[in-house]
Each structure stands twice: as structure tokens, then as C-alpha cells.
Design a protein. Structure first.
Length: 243
């Protein structure tokens, strides 16, 4: 298979899976693109593309600078975030420009993502710049877990990314947002990532045959090397290694 088809096929699989499982197959076809845009992981642009017959096609763009240096769960959350904008454009009343209003926020919570201006619990749920984090036990994490069980990955990444490698709980300066520790690793220094990408933060190919899944009592999950001792910051119980 040509690698262009591989790259876009992986993104299309996420879109189609989320459309069916999180949006009741209610979203129109959409053009998924890779666009490098400073300080953003992705964006939705309604009616951006057209053809000679006068048809219009919405765009969801993703920033490939992020693919090698943020956990896969964040890439998937970005797709769902922008799909919620598409849902509001089709079925709701969008706010001005790229404003994140209550209607959009309510839909995000319904699909299992909590809006937050900081990407952390307690952040504002509305505004011009709003990130999000997965809700423990929510629909988004359940669908992502199924995709990962099927060995889903993002195969290709930008070797010259200007985005700094991810550190749990720290801001990503190249993006201008915080990546929430509740959504990803609880021990990034040990190489643990929640729903890891095909690559490590350093850009090396991850060894998928040497990873274990861990689950805590509040149903959050992380992946990492076998034999780790991890404690969840939410429920304060140890993660159990899954067979």
C-alpha cells in the first residue's frame, strides 16, 4: 500500500470509529488534512473545500509536528474535539469564530471529554482557547481502548518536529497548552504513556511486544514496560497489570 494511503487511512479509521460510536453516525463526510499551524494540534474549518460541481466539504486538520512527541491519546482527543465542532456546525448553533460555547462543551462531556481552558480539572469550560481531558470511565476512553486493542497506531511522524517532547503535567511550549497528566502518563519518566503512540517521545520506534496495560480502580489506564509500580493520582490506588 502507498504510504499516503496508510497515513490518511489511519486518520480516517479514527474519524469513522468516533463518528459511529460517539456521534451516532450523524456527521457528514469530511476532508482530513495535515497542516502545520503554530500553537495548535488541530482545527475545524467548515466548508473549506469545494469542487467544480459546487459541492462543499468540511476540513479537520491535524498538526503532524505533534505525532512523535505527544501521546496517541492526545491525537485521538484532538480529532474528537474537532468532530464536536463539526457536530455543532451540522446540528447546533455555532458561536462566533472558533469560540467554544456551552453547547459545544455539553457535547464534549457527552462523548467523554471534559472541556478545560488549562487542559486540567478546574479550568474554564468555555472560551476562545479551550483544551480538554478524557473523563474516567467515559465513552471516549472506551472507544480508544477498543481501537488500541485492535493494535491501532499512527505510523509516520515528522522527524524535524519543533514541538518539545511531552512531559506529564508540564506545558508544551511549542503548542501553548497543557497536556493533562490525568489523561496520559502518571510516570512519564519511567516511559509510561496512556494509549502510547507508535513512537517514543525521543522519536525511536516503540517496542510494542514489551508493553503491558495497567488499570486502576477508577478505570483509568496506562501502558508501560512490564513490572511497573504505579499509583493513580485520582483514586490513590495502585494500577494493576492486566494479563
Amino acid at each position: 500500500m502507498k504510504q499516503t494511503a496508510v497515513v490518511y487511512g489511519e486518520l480516517q479509521l479514527v474519524y469513522d470509529t468516533f463518528n459511529a460510536a460517539l456521534f451516532d453516525s450523524s456527521l457528514a463526510d469530511c476532508l482530513l488534512t495535515l497542516q502545520r499551524k503554530d500553537r495548535t494540534m488541530g482545527y475545524f474549518s467548515p466548508g473549506r473545500f469545494g469542487n467544480h460541481q459546487g459541492d462543499k466539504l468540511h476540513e479537520i486538520a491535524l498538526n503532524p509536528d505533534c505525532f512523535a512527541v505527544v501521546p496517541l491519546i492526545e491525537i485521538m482527543a484532538t480529532i474528537a474535539h474537532e468532530m464536536a465542532h463539526l457536530w455543532q456546525h451540522q446540528h447546533g448553533t455555532p458561536g462566533r469564530g472558533r469560540y467554544h460555547d456551552k453547547e459545544w462543551g455539553d457535547k464534549m462531556e457527552a462523548i467523554g471529554l471534559m472541556p478545560s481552558s488549562t487542559g486540567l480539572p478546574g479550568g474554564k469550560k468555555t472560551g476562545d482557547k479551550v483544551a480538554d481531558y478524557p473523563i474516567a470511565g467515559g465513552r471516549f476512553l472506551a472507544v480508544c481502548d477498543q481501537l488500541l486493542t485492535n493494535d491501532f497506531k499512527i505510523s509516520w511522524y515528522d522527524r524535524f518536529s519543533t514541538v518539545r517532547p511531552y512531559t506529564a503535567g508540564a506545558a508544551a511550549p511549542g503548542l501553548g497548552l497543557n497536556l493533562p497528566p490525568a489523561a496520559v502518563a502518571v510516570a512519564a519518566e519511567s516511559g509510561v504513556q496512556m494509549a502510547p503512540p507508535a513512537l517514543t517521545a525521543s522519536g525511536a520506534v516503540a517496542n510494542k511486544s514489551n508493553r503491558s496495560k495497567y488499570r486502576c480502580q477508577c478505570n483509568q489506564q496506562v501502558w508501560g514496560k512490564p513490572g511497573l509500580k504505579l499509583r493513580c493520582e485520582t483514586c490513590e490506588h495502585l494500577f494493576e497489570e492486566q494479563a
